[in-house]
Design a protein around this ligand. Structure first.
Ligand code: ZN
Length: 191
């Protein structure tokens, strides 16, 4: 079975930056996603189109096809009173910020007495991504998976939001009945 829209794809991958430093890898637990549903970055999805189990590929994804270019306007100051425990905020901490277009991870980049500076750019924004990928499996998606726009794993009923055992009775803890839930930013509050 080849990779095309609405197929469930399992891949092992290694992600390195331009200098060859390891950013992320699947470590024997393949990444499973629903192809053609914006579950993964568009550049990698395009590279995988038409591939099948056993295929290997190495590719470089430009920022525009990855996590986007950096946007300086996404670095902004917020009031310490916006945090539950402002005294404990340190540079490098990350928080989930709920916005109209979903959940964003913001990183604290500066702490002052009367303002905390955060960066809402994706940590990988502006970076060229060097992927080594092995396609492990390709299967048809279930009706529920197509409806939700993400994969439901075999082990705990929900691979869409990646939560463990917190899933509600529709088999998905994402709390989202339409297809608005993708790539981990599902809003269920779990990681
Ligand atoms: Zn779901």
């Amino acid at each position: 079975m080849t990779i095309e829209k609405d197929r469930v794809v399992s891949i092992d991958y290694e992600l390195k930056d331009e200098g060859g430093a390891l950013i992320d890898r699947s470590e024997g637990e393949p990444l499973v996603y629903l192809h053609g549903n914006e579950n993964i970055i568009p550049g990698l999805e395009r590279q995988l189109e038409g591939k099948k189990a056993g295929d290997k590929l190495d590719c470089v994804i430009a920022p525009a096809d990855g996590y986007g270019e950096r946007d300086d306007e996404l670095v902004f100051a917020v009031s310490p009173s916006d945090f539950a425990e402002p005294g404990k905020i340190e540079v490098g901490m990350q928080f989930q910020a709920h916005q109209e277009d979903g959940v964003r991870i913001v990183t604290v980049v500066g702490v002052d007495k009367d303002e905390i500076k955060v960066d809402a750019n994706h940590p990988l924004a502006g970076k060229s991504l060097h992927f080594s990928v092995t396609v492990k499996d390709v299967r048809a998606a279930s009706e529920d998976e197509l409806k939700h726009g993400h994969v439901h794993g075999d082990d705990h009923g929900c691979g869409g939001c990646g939560c463990d055992g917190e899933c509600d009775d529709d088999g998905c803890g994402c709390g989202d009945d339409d297809d608005g839930c993708s790539d981990g930013g599902c809003g269920c509050g779990c990681k």
